[in-house]
Design a binder for this molecule. Structure first.
Ligand code: 3PG
Ligand code: CO
Length: 556
């Protein structure tokens, strides 16, 4: 216990409620017509920026500042919440897979040995995952290198089950990625490997559900990838994309229905059979935990698997450190230990963490270093508001007001020292690319943040408001000169992905002494610096190995 004991902060006392709000997908960006955060009714947040220059600043939320391979990588919720929860910059999945491919360890470690047993005995190697170069859940170059390396080491039959993206990359780009994949598979075929695409679908409709929002999504994927069954059958993946779009112009990369590739006799070319090897090539956890459970758990009751093949199953990484899921994996995940949550429960802090389903695991699982359980049952309350099941441009308010109500009740109850919430709107609606919906999404967040700051004021507490990465702050694709790109009709091309923008941090509330402000000597600070900062606001000095606090106490 002793090793986790925290010293008291010199200026900030313990005991008043502290509120931490993460506005998901909310960057500080160029203030023009395509900045949804700026164009929306966000007067309250603008007033905090204008009114408290010593208590408002931006921090980095992308690239190497959050443990991604390069500064060309946009931030994302996994790495962002990991960093904010842990107070450290951790080399993340994308970087660890790059390293394992570069030094070859991915082909010599235990996970590969395990799948090799399957293909050495005539089994097929199946690869399931997100097909894009988004770098959020997966990266195409990693898939390509892995396929080639696996073939060189004995995989003679490969079946790829790609999920189209359009969310971390522009909508419509699935065609280029499928063409690239077909080209690389043709290369493998020329080398004597029977390599083909077998099934697929759009990531938001097939396979990549998260936090058990809708198991039907995973069930569709199981039917297509494993059973080789889907309502739509085609001779090639490209044909699938073109024909499905023709049949329903509203379909997009994120929401393609499931499809299966069949041969001349109408037989699926790549269902998963006993003795096969199955690899999920996503490095990020949240959207492949459910599929991993379906492959890994003999007793599984979330849907009827119909057939449960005996396979050698691995993840690109281990996705859940608590559940040890999956048991076998290709690359060892980042070690994220001694997170702020661990310190705070050991120091008796009573925590209330809340979001809606889509972001619930972000403020719990990612926050706690990819562990699914609670750190302390008595001190922590985790409260999930069920998300709507629809594309969120249809309901851009999402569950913001319900989250606000729950957080407000938690603040007023006096039962919690630390209230941590995430508003999903800027991000989830930003990913739809629908600008008008983004305006509603950002406005409701502003409204709810104001109500919660009022509640904190009324109990004499303090607050920090920040974000995990950009998204709603830029809703248009741009050229190098930052000018908007347009389609043939002159309409702006929507940007569905995150941005590289820094994010705002603002602090305040009656419990924050008037001589506490943001220091000015950390211009390069990033998300990991907020951890020491909020630990200070809870009344503690942060552990010495955390990134430095953003606060300074000026003498009066
Ligand atoms: C998603 O999974 O929805 C996107 O790929 C990334 O969004 P997030 O990092 O904000 O969850
Ligand atoms: Co997002």
């Amino acid at each position: 216990e002793c090793e986790f004991a925290l010293k008291s902060h010199s200026a900030i006392e313990r005991g008043k409620p502290f509120l931490l709000i993460i506005m998901d997908g909310w960057g500080e960006n160029l203030e023009d017509d395509y900045n949804g955060v700026y164009m929306a009714g966000t007067g309250f947040l603008k007033s905090l920026k204008a009114g408290y220059p010593d208590r408002w600043r931006t921090i980095k939320a992308h690239g190497t500042a959050v443990g991604l391979p390069s500064d060309a990588d946009m931030g994302n919720s996994e790495v962002g919440h990991n960093a904010m929860g842990a107070g450290k910059v951790i080399n993340q999945g994308a970087a660890l897979v790059d390293t394992a491919l570069a030094n070859g360890n991915i082909f010599t470690d235990a996970g590969f040995e395990y799948i090799k047993e399957a293909f050495d005995n005539g089994g097929t190697l199946h690869l399931i995952g997100l097909l894009s170069d988004g770098g959020v859940h997966s990266r195409y170059d990693q898939l390509d290198l892995f396929m080639r390396g696996a073939h060189e080491r004995g995989a003679n039959k490969i079946r790829v089950h790609p999920l189209t993206d359009g969310r971390d990359v522009p909508d419509g780009s699935s065609v280029q990625f499928v063409e690239q994949l077909e080209k690389d598979l043709a290369d493998l075929r020329a080398k004597g490997c029977d390599a083909r695409i077998a099934s697929g679908g759009g990531r938001m409709h097939v396979t990549m559900d998260r936090y058990e929002a809708d198991w039907k999504i995973v069930e569709r994927g199981w039917h297509a990838h494993v059973l080789g069954e889907a309502p739509h059958k085609f001779q090639s993946a490209l044909e699938a994309l073109v024909e499905l779009k023709k049949a329903d112009p509203k379909v997009n990369d994120q929401y393609y229905p499931p499809w299966v590739i069949v041969d001349e006799d109408g037989e699926a070319v790549g269902p998963v059979q006993d003795g096969d090897a199955v690899v999920i090539f996503n490095f990020r956890a949240d959207r492949v935990v459910e599929l991993s459970k379906a492959f890994e758990y003999p007793d599984f009751d979330k849907f009827d698997r119909v057939r449960y093949p005996k396979v050698h199953f691995v993840g690109m990484m281990q996705y859940d450190g608590d559940l040890k899921l999956p048991a076998r994996y290709l690359v060892t995940p980042p070690v994220i230990e001694k997170t702020s949550g661990v310190y705070l429960v050991k120091n008796g802090v009573r925590t209330f963490a809340c979001s809606e389903t889509q972001k619930f695991g972000h403020v719990t699982f990612f926050w706690n270093g990819n562990r699914s359980g609670k750190l302390d049952d008595k001190l922590e309350t985790y409260f999930e508001v069920p998300s709507d099941l629809c594309p969120f441009n249809e309901k851009p308010l999402m569950k913001a007001r319900e989250i606000r109500d729950a957080a407000k009740a938690a603040i007023l109850s006096g039962k919690h020292d630390y209230i941590r919430i995430n508003f999903a709107n800027g991000d989830m609606v930003g990913h739809t690319g629908v600008f008008d919906a983004v305006l509603d999404a950002c406005s409701v967040v502003d409204e709810c943040v104001k109500d919660l700051v009022d509640a904190i004021d009324s109990v004499g507490g303090s607050y920090m408001i920040t974000a995990d990465h950009g998204n709603a702050d830029d809703m248009v694709q741009r050229n190098k000169k930052k000018e908007p790109l347009r389609d043939e009709n002159g309409n702006p091309l929507p940007l569905t992905s995150h941005t590289l923008a820094p994010v705002p941090v603002m602090i305040g509330g009656p419990a924050l002494p008037s001589n506490v402000r943001f220091r000015r000597d950390l211009p390069k600070a990033g998300l990991a610096n907020i951890t020491a900062t909020f630990m200070n606001m809870l009344g503690f000095e942060a552990p010495s190995d955390y990134e430095p606090t953003l606060l300074e106490v000026v003498s009066v």
